[in-house]
Design a binder for this molecule. Structure first.
Ligand code: AMP
Length: 425
């Protein structure tokens, strides 16, 4: 007996109708953001290692979870992408499209995490980035597009968590204040956080370890350190969201999982999911990232939404059912000729969704297959039909069956099918 294989740990095989839902979600996103002038970009799934290490040297995502690719010479130069913002900014730095540049993307990312429900080693995101303007109205547009997308797929129990991380001298002073605060209580910090403190004090705020909770809660608040322009920028973001009626929760310790964020940061929590995996998306501003990747000093803002988790949240809320898929017509043929082959080809070329049985099965077995297919009409071709160049049309959900001329099948069929159907909602 030969060996059997399974999908790698932390990955999933996705079948219909779930795969139909995935396609529908991606199509809905594409439609949603193209209404706002975003164009799709398709970056490669791996990049030079430095693209990612540049953006997250102090983060678990980059330090511990990257799928680094071993090259033939044994040196590791490249890695599978753990996220796509860095790739999109690398694309910009390399090709310099005109500003403002509004780009969206969809596709898988790879992180070597401990797998559990809602946390996978390969997971999909849809996301967008705007490079160029540092106008707070862009932050509002980006957040609103994410919020309205959750609404569009039917999610009702999503919360927006909002913060500003500041930038420039205010941010420097704040990071220093954190260093002093945590540094004064080093013994009370977890070992992991002591390590993080040396790399990036801001990230200690992201610690979920219980032993750090008290110190994190007592840490200085960034709001007290925001420079006047940053405070005004954040106030304008909030005014915009208020004007749109988009509720948010201010979350002063929201620092996010990557190093590059400045000023506005946000996350979306789905209350229908377990608290450990309830983040269904997040994003923010990253005004220094393009320059870090060798490009000009161009500000940026964007988000990434987790497709796997959005669909889990939809399951929990009973939203976004799979679109109607499958076929409309099933051809049942008990003749040795090419009638079924020709009929399927003709109908498919006319845009009708048609399947048939193979292997010369009995009439009874083919009718069972027709039933299972979900088709609304079965087209029967036996020896008599073949000889007379006719086809018998049998409605699958009640109604009289009748025989029509072979050349009239398409015309007679049309009124029995309920119009075009596709994968989109
Ligand atoms: P992040 O850049 O880590 O904030 O990721 C953005 C979104 O991607 C998160 O809010 C999740 O919805 C999703 N996500 C991140 N990591 C995973 C993972 N390992 N498995 C499934 N979804 C993930």
């Amino acid at each position: 007996m030969s060996e059997t294989f399974q999908a790698p740990r932390g990955t999933r095989d996705i079948f219909p109708p779930e795969s139909d839902r995935w396609r529908a979600l991606a199509a809905a996103f594409a439609d949603h953001v193209s209404l706002a002038g975003y164009g799709q970009v398709i970056p490669p799934m791996f990049e030079d290692l430095a693209v990612f290490s540049r953006v997250g040297e102090s983060t678990d995502v980059v330090r511990k979870e990257m799928f680094v690719l071993a090259a033939r010479d044994g040196e590791a130069h490249q890695a599978l992408r753990p996220e796509q913002t860095a790739s999109v900014c690398r694309m910009f730095a390399q090709h310099r499209p005109p500003l403002p540049w509004k780009a969206w993307y969809a596709g898988p990312n790879f992180r070597y995490e401990k797998p559990q429900k809602g946390r996978y080693r390969q997971f999909d995101q849809v996301g967008l980035e705007v490079l160029g303007p540092d106008d707070a109205d862009v932050d509002v547009e980006v957040i609103a597009l994410a919020w309205r997308f959750y609404e569009r797929v039917g999610l009702r129990q999503v919360r927006l968590l909002l913060n500003s991380l500041g930038d420039g001298p205010g941010r420097v002073r704040y990071v220093e204040a954190l260093r002093v605060h945590f540094g004064a209580h080093l013994d009370a910090l977890s070992e992991a956080s002591r390590e993080t403190l040396a790399q990036n004090p801001l990230r200690v705020l992201d610690s979920k370890r219980p032993e750090d909770a008290a110190l994190v809660a007592a840490a200085p608040q960034l709001a007290d350190y925001l420079s006047e322009p940053d405070a005004e920028h954040f106030a304008r973001v909030r005014r915009g969201l208020d004007a749109l009626g988009i509720p948010y929760q201010l979350e002063p310790r929201l620092v996010r999982g990557l190093d590059y964020y400045t000023r506005t940061t946000f996350e979306f929590a789905a209350d229908a999911l377990d608290a450990a995996q309830n983040a269904v998306g997040g994003g923010g501003r990253y005004d220094g990232l393009v320059a870090d990747l060798g490009g000009p000093a161009v500000p940026g803002v964007g988000f990434a939404l987790g497709v796997d988790r959005i669909l889990l949240a939809c399951d929990a809320e009973g939203a976004f059912p799979p679109p109607r898929a499958g076929v409309e017509v099933f051809v049942v043929s008990t003749t040795p000729g090419t009638e079924a082959v020709e009929l399927c080809d003709e109908l498919r070329r006319a845009g009708v969704r048609v399947d048939r049985a193979f292997d010369g099965r009995s009439m009874k077995s083919q009718m069972k297959a027709a039933d299972r297919s979900g088709a609304v009409v079965a087209l029967l071709i036996g020896d008599r039909e073949a000889a007379e160049r006719v086809v018998t049309m049998r409605p699958m959900h009640g109604g009289e069956q009748r025989t029509v001329g072979r050349d009239d099948v398409l015309r007679e069929l049309r009124p029995m099918l309920d119009g075009p159907s596709g994968a989109d909602h």
